[in-house]
Design a protein around this ligand. Structure first.
Ligand SMILES: [Zn+2]
Length: 255
C-alpha cells in the first residue's frame, strides 16, 4: 500500500516538476530582459506569434513539433525541454529524499527551483539577478525554523541558517582574496557571493562548505575537459552559478 502511495505521488510530482520547469524557462528567458513574467503568454522568440496551449505542453510539445515553431519553423532551443526535464527530475529526487513532513519538501523544492532558474540565467547571460539571490536568502531564513536538517529545535535551526548565510560569503572573500593574489585577477563575481549566502541559509554552514568544495571540484573538472577538447582556453570565463548550484544539490541529497 505504501508503495502504491509513493507511485501515485511521484506522478503528481513529475507533472508538477514539468510545469514548474516550463515556468523556470519563462523566468530564465524574461527576467534578464526585464519583461513581465505573467503577460503576455508564451510566444515564439522569432516570429512572436502566441504559442497555442496544446503546443505548450512541457517536453511532449517539443517532441511532437520536432523542435520547431509551428508557425515559422524556426528551431526551438533545446534548453526548453532540458530545463523542464531537469526540474522534474530534481523535484522527484527531492521528493524521495524529503517527503515527510510535507513542509520540508516544499522548502527544498523552492530552493531547488530557485537554483535552476539562477543557473539558467547565469549560464545564458553570466549574471545572477539580485532579486533572485536576495529572495533566495529571505525564503531560506523564513524556512529555517522548519528546516529539520539544521538542528534539534527552531532556535538552533535559525542560528545554523544565519551562520550559513554569513560564513558562505566570508569563505568566498577569502578564496577570492587568495585567488586575486595567485592569478592576479578577480576570481569570483558579486552575484556568486550572494548566491552562496542563499545556499548557506538553506544548508547551514557545515554542509555549505562541502557543497562549495563539490561545486568547485566539478567546475574545475568540467573546465579541464573543455580545455582538453579545445573548446576553452586557460583563463576563459565559465559561469560559476550552475556548478555552485549542482554542488548544493548533491550535498543536500547525500548528506
Ligand atoms: Zn515562430
Amino acid at each position: 500500500m505504501s508503495c502504491l502511495f509513493i507511485d501515485y505521488w511521484s506522478l503528481i510530482i513529475i507533472a508538477l516538476g514539468l510545469f514548474l520547469g516550463s515556468f523556470a524557462n519563462v523566468l530564465i528567458y524574461r527576467l534578464p530582459k526585464g519583461e513581465s513574467i505573467l503577460l503576455p503568454g508564451s510566444y515564439c522568440p522569432n516570429c512572436r506569434k502566441s504559442i497555442r496551449w496544446y503546443d505548450n505542453v512541457p517536453v511532449f510539445s517539443y517532441i511532437l513539433l520536432k523542435g520547431k515553431c509551428r508557425d515559422c519553423k524556426t528551431a526551438i532551443s533545446l534548453q526548453y525541454p532540458v530545463f523542464e526535464l531537469l526540474t522534474a527530475l530534481s523535484l522527484v529526487i527531492i521528493w524521495f529524499r524529503f517527503n515527510y513532513p510535507m513542509y520540508l519538501f516544499i522548502g527544498y523544492a523552492l530552493f531547488v527551483f530557485w537554483l535552476i532558474v539562477i543557473s539558467g540565467i547565469d549560464f545564458n547571460h553570466r549574471i545572477i539577478p539580485d532579486e533572485l539571490s536576495m529572495s533566495l536568502i529571505v525564503i531560506g531564513l523564513l524556512f529555517s525554523p522548519f528546516n529539520l536538517n539544521l538542528g534539534e529545535n527552531a532556535g538552533t535551526r535559525v542560528l545554523t541558517s544565519v551562520i550559513g548565510g554569513i560564513s558562505g560569503p566570508l569563505l568566498f572573500y577569502i578564496i577570492s582574496y587568495a585567488g586575486s593574489k595567485v592569478f592576479k585577477k578577480e576570481a569570483l563575481g558579486g552575484g556568486d557571493i550572494k548566491l552562496v549566502a542563499g545556499i548557506g541559509v538553506f544548508l547551514g554552514w557545515y554542509v555549505l562548505i562541502i557543497s562549495v568544495f563539490l561545486g568547485s571540484l566539478i567546475g574545475t573538472i568540467v573546465s579541464l575537459i573543455l580545455i582538453l577538447l579545445k573548446k576553452k582556453s586557460f583563463g576563459d570565463y565559465l559561469p560559476y552559478g550552475p556548478f555552485l548550484s549542482l554542488g548544493a544539490f548533491l550535498a543536500l541529497i547525500f548528506l
